[in-house]
Design a protein around this ligand. Structure first.
Ligand SMILES: Nc1ncnc2c1ncn2[C@@H]1O[C@H](COP(=O)(O)OP(=O)(O)O)[C@@H](O)[C@H]1O
Ligand SMILES: [Mg+2]
Length: 356
């Protein structure tokens, strides 16, 4: 509970929003530049410093397109967007963002250390700083034991966590995660969610997308629900889900006879028949408890370990309040990193060829 309170405190941090979107619209055009798909339609939202904000919606509702606009990878057809107080296309802005794409393309023959080192070089980190950050990140994502295995052999969950480490190499202030838990098993999901919560406690602002309701409910402070590119509902999870016409009173389990006077009193006070139920723990907690029990008696399964606290180098809340827009030492801007990647991989990203 203390963690939750801490997190709430972080999410109340004031200051200007890190992301402000007004009437954001994206129309994809076909080869002849005829409007084809209105992927995002008049979307207005803000993401405050230190909060975990979730874009929730079914497949094709415009989540990834929205994230790519915030990243400056796609240009909005209409509307306005400010990210970290500037245009998302600005080089200084890009240097302060970390991004986990929907699909991370990792070179299968490289180990996690080599993969992260490759990206560390793109960010112009010194060899010493790369070593330090990579060690801390591997500990954090629970893959220190698999450091010498090629990532091609990794499970989806392990690969996803290498993707997360990659997104954090430049010590970003704003972390954008596209479907961070997709394809993960319940344990991988829980670990990813815990990592995201830890990042938020460290003062990072997280903007994520998901079509998995339970994940969003568990970790997000506020959500925006998209359908067909339009905003259908938004607000703090607590407020959206609270049933304001009912309240509940939870007691330790006692014999029903002893409860009778309480029920009588409740009936008299509420003027209605009270409903008696037993609280449920939720399937995720139950499942994790069963697995934990099994683990205690068996060999640990291969794959990612639980992972430890957040990497030390990731800015503390105080450092994350950086207002002057300076980039962390030795970090090349993301636009330059993108250019270097393009030269290495060849060609642009498919989403850049939408004719915007
Ligand atoms: N590069 C593109 N060119 C044309 N249409 C696209 C492109 N990217 C996405 N779309 C369309 O935009 C809509 C929203 O897609 P997307 O943002 O990926 O949704 P989500 O991430 O919510 O699943 C979909 O109809 C999709 O087919
Ligand atoms: Mg998507």
């Amino acid at each position: 509970m203390a963690d939750e309170q801490e997190h709430e405190a972080a999410s109340r941090a004031d200051g200007p929003p890190l992301v402000e979107a007004w009437e954001l619209t994206k129309v994809f055009r076909d080869f002849w530049r005829r409007p084809q798909v209105r992927a995002v339609n008049g979307l207005t939202f803000t993401v405050s410093r230190g909060e975990i904000f979730g874009l929730l919606g079914p497949n094709g509702s415009g989540k990834s397109t929205t994230l790519k606009m915030v990243l400056g990878l796609l240009h909005p057809t209409r509307g306005r967007l400010r990210v970290l107080g500037a245009s998302p296309r600005e080089v200084r802005t890009k240097a302060r963002i970390g991004y986990l794409p929907e699909e991370s393309y990792l070179y299968p023959y490289l180990t996690p250390v080599e993969t992260l080192d490759f990206f560390g070089r793109l960010f112009d980190l010194t060899a010493r700083e790369r070593r330090r950050r990579i060690e801390e990140l591997l500990e954090m994502i629970g893959l220190a034991h698999a450091r010498r295995r090629p990532v091609g052999e990794f499970s989806k969950g392990m690969a996803r966590r290498v993707g997360l480490a990659q997104a954090l190499l430049n010590d970003p202030d704003l972390v954008i995660l596209d479907e961070p838990t997709s394809g993960l098993d319940p344990i991988g999901c829980r670990q990813m969610k815990d990592l995201i919560l830890t990042l938020a406690r460290r003062g990072k602002t997280v903007l994520l997308s998901s079509h998995l309701l339970a994940d969003v409910e568990d970790i997000c402070d506020r959500v925006a629900i998209l359908y067909n590119g339009r905003l259908r509902a938004s607000g703090a999870i607590e407020t959206l889900l609270e049933e304001r016409d009912r309240c509940s009173l939870t007691l330790p389990a006692v014999e029903e006879a002893r409860l009778r006077p309480v029920i009588e009193a409740a009936r008299a006070a509420a003027g209605a028949e009270p409903e008696i139920t037993r609280p449920r723990m939720g399937l995720e907690r139950f499942f994790l408890r069963v697995v934990e029990e099994a683990r205690r008696v068996e060999e640990p399964a291969a794959g990612a370990e639980a992972g430890r606290a957040v990497a030390d180098y990731l800015a503390s809340p105080a450092e994350a309040q950086r207002e002057d827009g300076t980039t962390p030492e030795g970090v090349a801007d993301r636009a330059e990193v993108d250019r270097r990647l393009e030269r290495l991989v060849g060609g642009g990203r498919p989403e850049d060829r939408d004719g915007s």
